[in-house]
Design a protein around this ligand. Structure first.
Ligand code: GLN
Length: 198
């Protein structure tokens, strides 16, 4: 199994290392083009700067292809900025990032925790995974879910992890906490997917 990491900008190598450590060297693959998307069984959109990631995804053709794949049950996991990209809608700051993939039935708020708490760590209970040490960095949060989306973790009044069938979104960074349970959880989705043997 090869798991692609959208590799324009942000926490790319941390996700690739985590995938390599779980599935073997070379299993984490950098993806920067629509062609490279054809050769992976799943994709992680990393944290970083959603405006930049979105812009490069669109100009490379990755955006269009990924939207199509996500609609056809291809497994995609977005962390932080990646979570913003997966959302159907967002606040005024999100609107400025440009078009979103719009795959998950949720409304996100960019920089939800503001300047006072730009970066912080919390122990949170995550459905299906357990208690996790969660690292937040200028994190977005989910303000509202609807349709097929379900909440996996809460922090204060926000949802900070959500799932919708083949799609997974976390406002925090499991790739930075050295805890591989989220990556394992995502891989278990890929194991059950029709894209497994690509
Ligand atoms: N605040 C960033 C954005 O809106 C996301 C931060 C992150 O991915 N660590 O793009």
């Amino acid at each position: 199994m090869k798991v692609g990491v959208i590799a324009f900008q942000g926490a790319v190598s941390e996700h690739m290392q985590m995938i390599d450590s779980l599935l073997g060297k070379g299993s984490g693959v950098a993806v920067r083009s629509a062609e490279e998307l054809e050769r992976v069984s799943a994709v992680i959109i990393p944290g970083g700067e959603s405006t930049t990631i979105g812009k490069l995804m669109r100009s490379s053709g990755v955006f269009r292809k990924l939207k199509e794949l996500g609609d056809s049950s291809f497994p995609i996991w977005g962390t932080c900025a990646g979570m913003i990209m997966l959302a159907r809608e967002g606040d005024a700051q999100v609107e400025r990032t440009g078009e979103l993939l719009g795959l998950m039935d949720m409304r996100v708020k960019r920089n939800a925790f503001g300047r006072q708490r730009e970066s912080f760590e919390e122990e949170l209970e995550v459905a299906g995974i357990g208690r996790c040490h969660c690292v937040f960095i200028r994190a977005p949060a989910v303000e509202r879910i609807y349709g097929r989306c379900r909440a996996l973790a809460h922090f204060g009044r926000y949802i900070v992890a959500a799932e919708q069938g083949n799609l997974l979104a976390t406002a925090f960074h499991p790739e930075l906490s050295g805890d591989s349970r989220f990556h394992r959880y995502f891989i278990s989705k890929v194991d059950k997917s029709i894209f497994l043997n690509r």
